[in-house]
Design a binder for this molecule. Sequence first.
Ligand SMILES: [Zn+2]
Length: 260
Amino acid sequence: MSAARQLELAFAFEDAPRWEPSLLESALAREAGRPLRLVLTDNRSVLLSVKRETGSLLLRLHRMFLHAPEAVVDALGRNIRRRGRAADGEVRRFMNANLHRVRKTPRETPRLVTNGRVFDLSAVYADINGRFFGGRLRVPITWGRGVGRARRGGLTFGSYDPVLSLIRIHPVLDRPGVPRFFLESVVHHEMLHHHMGGVPDRAGRTVYHTRAFREAEARFPRHREALAWEKENLPDLLRASQALDRERRAARAAARATTR
Ligand SMILES: [Zn+2]
């Protein structure tokens, strides 16, 4: 084999995972001294979580742990056995040293859509940027598709993606009954996420809604009014978002039918 070819292979294998998922699971169960189910994730904010299930543990780990040295895996198992913080000591150091595996997930910014039926998001954004951020923020914003955002009977009206550095606003807010100040409060909240970033806590999670964040959020003059409006109108908004879901499914089905 030529030297060049050897070098190429060395690079290709340099970053190969150390573990087969099933072997990682059994190594962890052995160290933890109890049955355990391992789920690997690409979650960017929760790198590690342990949940007790009947008779076993559910351990969710970011894929970076496939690259973990044996000592780190042993330490994680031991932390679990001692019922201490799973992400302490060596485990925490490993996570910090491997954050590049989280941040480098290659994804593309979707096509940005700011023109809505009722609201022009770029105008709302420019307005908030001028009033609260001295016009200095540079962050792309788009109407989202409104998928996968419903939770706990509520709706997530906006989201900030720190990897793409992108704000998405739920399309359910692009309706005549929605007051502009409410949309503004959501855009303001997401712009603050871009502006303030996250703070890692001891469990390895990134915390975004810190006290400082809540204080900054409350500087939006109609913040309380926005919260009250949300509370009062949530049932309507949920119904509207379900209607959007149905429209989207119907449109997809129609698209499939015509391509057949
Ligand atoms: Zn938030």
